[in-house]
Write a new protein. Structure first.
Lengths: 353, 297, 269
């Protein structure tokens, strides 16, 4: 927690935050004129991964609930949003295996409403799932949520009239522009920072650290957990929806456990329980995963031809995950947060902790 | 469904269930001792299948020798995993070891893609095991009998080892209280390594028989059987070896019979196992044969 | 027997079993309102089990617990989950201190205030400020700071709880309990691990807490100096049975108590 900042510093910090936000917004707005589409896409993916990482960090890092089900909630969000924004005519053509259910065909909503719906539907599922499984602790919870995520994927594969089954959805309108993704990330950062700085944030951490003591303090720990899990699922749904809009096609195979692993990597590398950490983790893991593509492509150095090695990227990725967990378990940020006071060296040791 | 058809499904379920059971024993032994879900166990199983494929199909070794090489190779891999990825985390929070296990699982799968290539490879079944014969109106291949038979013999031997030998006693004592056992002068790391060796060996045997039953190998073949075997271990009561076998058989029957009786549900086949897991965790988290653990305030 | 007319907590025939083992057997006792009452007994007598029943962590196999509020209303709190017991106005500390170690001292105290907080959780998530909720948060922080200063922990406010010296951690646990605005405070071995000087200070401290916050206090303690010095009434448990109760002087002379603590020979000597 941040020690109290004097009023002058507080105002300065707010101004600095606003300026930094405006500068980033300006850069993002101008970026497409200077950078090629591939890089733009990666920068965009960073924001979406940050949103997803933050939502998983809320559940796992802050709430202490080891969930391996995030891919499932992403899938729900992605499908809800895609079904709402694809036109009925397009949908009519796309469903080949089974005729589309009429109510699915006729559903429509503008993009922002579809994002909200994605979050809400995902949150409802999350809430329903969490009430029974949160009675379990630790690794059992991980396995149960993983099970639910797989069940969701199997349902999506089989409920063809609603989801178009294994064929997935194509031609999703690309609404996830740079400004849109970063706008969502900014809102999420604001909300989460406010939440974790409030007394309810203290309560969430208390439930994570010592359930017995939290109960003694009059905290309904199950309710708190369900709430945090549901909020995390909301974020997962929104992130999934943005992902679908960025890639413009989705299918059940996209939301396998591998997807959850890379989010877990983001959260662990960044630092469990740190908002800043998840953003840093998203930047590192996303760029690294893209950069590692080179090992799978053929390389020519002078006259030397190295053929691409498929799968190598994930091998390196998993070695890094193991190395981080063995050698630097607390990640880059630990539980610390970024603050202007730290950057500008207010006082003796900055404002963190 | 007539009686013959039912028997056919019954034998089928027995085979699948005993394979789940064999893999489940590896989960249950490691969890019983370290309270760690060895996520990589399904991939160890995959390695067993690949090793036997290379030995017999690629290098044309006789099956018995190939199986021996495969089991030994897999045991070495299992021990390596423990040494490199789990032992450094013995004192760490349990979830850290679990994340490491996830990393290892991911690593083995993708390394298999790099080394063995992502393409599925066909396994040549020995003709001797595939000669169909008739038993009371049911057409069978020797393989269908061999799989459950070998599994049961192995489980019997393992139970003897756990309950009748000194190492077995040490193993049971570690799962009860690791620190006290250490104080008693037992080399805990050696016993843990032994649990990994036995678990990996059984997974390799399951992998070999799996490769014979569904004659092909591919790098991701271990994921689903791995998850299901873990579910079987939880269902039977994690920590209990007979429970793991019982859980494996139950799961085999649930899967085969539900698809046999309701063919329309075949698309949901994998969902049954997960549904079973969630239900068992909610109704009786300790499983069929597990013991209750209580939190102290 | 203490006067039942003015009780804060009354236990009726409480029995607790673990498997076949009877930890507490048909315990009936009451704790006076605004009194400082001691619960003593040798190790394994079932004292902490009694605390766990009162605070809702154990559901008794038999019997019930009644709680009388300041306003005079009496209700059963048997079988209420711990957080509802806290809500009803009972707070406790633990024998083996259970602070939220990663959090700062002031956060620990603020967490205690949450149970009385009116602002809802979502008011702090939406990207704009609710003036009422923000003001309440500010009040909670100020109140927490006041409590810390009252307990002599002002200097530790922004230090992680786990970094505090042992005695300070014990006081912080009490501060955190007080933040829930209790009417009844249960202290599980408050003097454990303290040196004689610290425990002497503790005596005065417990008394002043009672007066200042209008509390009824029940405490488990092994340090007989503390028990005899501060308690107005003492209940003695041995092997789950009530063997004596009375004023400190009476307990000191009680034959059964001496026997329970020191054995038969000592009692006869």
């Amino acid at each position: 927690m941040i020690a109290p900042v004097n009023a002058g510093h507080a105002r300065r910090n707010n101004i600095l935050t606003l300026c930094a936000g405006a500068a980033i917004a300006l850069l993002l707005w101008q970026a497409p004129g200077y950078i090629d589409a591939y890089k733009i896409r990666i920068i965009n993916l960073i924001a979406i991964n940050a949103i997803l990482g933050l939502s998983l960090n809320l559940i796992y890092g802050m709430g202490g609930m080891f969930s391996l089900g995030h891919a499932g909630f992403m899938a729900i969000g992605a499908y809800v949003s895609a079904i709402l924004i694809i036109t009925p005519d397009q949908k009519q053509i796309m469903w080949i295996l089974d005729p589309i259910a009429p109510w699915v065909r006729d559903m429509r909503a503008p993009f922002l409403a579809s994002l909200l719906a994605a979050g809400i539907v995902s949150a409802i599922f999350g809430c329903l799932v969490s009430i029974p499984v949160l009675r379990l602790g630790g690794d059992y919870l991980g396995i149960a949520t993983l099970g639910f995520s797989e069940i969701i994927r199997i349902l999506i594969t089989n409920l063809t009239p609603i989801t178009n089954g294994p064929l997935g959805l194509k031609g999703i309108p690309p609404h996830a522009s740079l400004l849109m993704s970063y706008g969502c990330l900014a809102v999420m950062l604001l909300c989460m920072t406010r939440l974790m700085r409030s007394n309810f944030g203290n309560v969430i951490r208390a439930v994570r650290d010592d359930e017995v003591a939290a109960k003694t303090m009059g905290i309904d720990t199950l309710k708190t957990r369900v709430l945090v899990f549901t909020l995390g699922c909301f974020g997962g749904g929104v992130g999934g929806a943005l992902m679908g809009n960025l890639i413009t096609t989705i299918d059940p195979k996209m939301f396998m456990i591998t997807q959850t692993y890379s989010l877990l990597m983001i959260v662990v590398v960044g630092g469990l329980g740190s908002i800043t950490g998840s953003v840093v983790g998203a930047v590192l893991v996303t760029t690294m995963l893209e950069w590692l593509r080179f090992v799978e492509n053929p390389i020519t150095i002078g006259s030397l031809n190295i053929p691409g090695i498929p799968g190598m990227r994930m091998v390196i990725f998993s070695v890094l995950l193991i190395a981080v967990i063995i050698f630097r378990r607390e990640g880059i940020m630990g539980m610390r947060e970024f603050s202007w006071g730290w950057l500008l060296r207010d006082g003796k040791r900055g404002g963190t902790q | 469904m007539d009686a013959n058809m039912f028997m056919q499904h019954f034998i089928n379920a027995l085979g699948l269930g005993s394979l789940y059971g064999l893999i489940a024993i590896g989960y249950t032994m490691v969890y019983g001792i370290l309270r760690l879900i060895n996520f990589a166990h399904g991939d160890i199983f995959m390695l067993g299948a690949y090793f036997v494929f290379f030995a017999t199909v690629q290098y044309k070794l006789p099956w018995a020798l190939g199986a021996f090489i495969a089991v030994s190779g897999t045991i070495v891999c299992g021990l390596l995993v423990d040494r490199v990825a789990y032992r450094p985390l013995r004192g760490a929070p349990r979830i850290s070891a679990l994340i490491s296990a996830i990393g290892v699982s991911f690593f083995i799968e993708n390394l298999a893609v790099v080394v063995f290539s992502g393409m599925p490879r066909p396994v040549v079944q020995p003709p001797l095991l595939m000669e169909a014969f008739s038993l009371g109106g049911i057409r069978l291949v020797p393989l269908a009998i061999m799989v459950p038979a070998i599994s049961f013999i192995i489980v019997a031997a393992l139970l003897w080892m756990i309950y009748r030998t000194k190492s077995g006693l040490a193993m049971r004592s570690i799962s009860f209280d690791i620190e006290t056992t250490r104080l008693m002068g037992v080399s805990v790391d050696r016993i843990i390594a032994m649990a990994f060796a036995i678990g990996s060996g059984l997974a390799a045997i399951a992998g070999i028989m799996w490769a014979l039953r569904y004659p092909r190998v591919e790098p991701f073949m271990g994921i689903m059987p791995g998850f299901k075997a873990f579910i079987a271990a939880v269902f039977g009561g994690i920590g209990s070896v007979p429970g793991a076998m019982l859980g494996g058989l139950s799961l085999g029957f649930v899967e085969i019979m539900s698809v046999a009786f309701f063919p329309r549900l075949s698309g949901y086949r994998d969902a049954f196992a997960f549904l079973l897991l969630v239900v068992i965790l909610l109704v009786k988290p300790t499983g069929l044969m597990g013991e209750k653990l209580e939190d102290k305030i | 027997m203490s006067e039942d007319g003015d009780f804060a907590i009354r236990l009726h025939g409480i029995t607790i079993q673990f498997g076949g083992l009877v930890a507490v057997n048909g315990l009936t006792m009451s704790v006076a309102r605004r009194g400082i009452t001691g619960l003593i007994g040798p190790n394994g007598a079932g004292k902490t089990s009694v605390f766990n029943v009162i605070t809702g962590f154990y559901r008794p196999n038999g019997g019930y617990v009644e709680f009388r509020r300041r306003d005079g209303s009496v209700g059963s709190i048997t079988g209420l989950p711990p957080h509802k017991v806290c809500h009803a106005g009972l707070a406790r500390t633990f024998q083996n201190i259970r602070l939220f170690g990663n959090e700062t001292a002031i956060q620990n105290v603020m967490i205690g205030s949450h149970v009385r907080q009116k602002g809802r959780w979502w008011m702090n998530i939406v990207p704009f400020t609710f003036p009422g909720a923000a003001r309440e948060e500010e009040e909670i922080r100020e109140n927490a700071m006041r409590l810390l200063e009252r307990l002599g922990l002002g200097g530790y406010a922004y230090a992680p709880a786990s970094s505090l010296p042992y005695g300070a951690q014990r006081r912080l646990e009490i501060a955190r309990a007080l933040a829930t605005k209790p009417e009844f405070l249960l202290l599980d071995e408050p003097a454990a691990g303290m040196n004689p000087q610290e425990s002497a200070e503790l005596l005065n401290f417990i008394r002043s807490l009672r007066d200042e916050y209008d509390l009824s206090i029940l405490l488990i303690e092994h340090d007989m100096k503390v028990v005899m010095g501060v308690c107005e009434h003492i209940w003695v448990l041995d092997q789950g049975q009530l063997i004596a109760d009375g004023k400190p002087e009476e307990i000191k002379r009680n034959h059964k108590v001496i026997e329970a603590y020191l054995g038969k020979e000592a009692a006869n000597a």
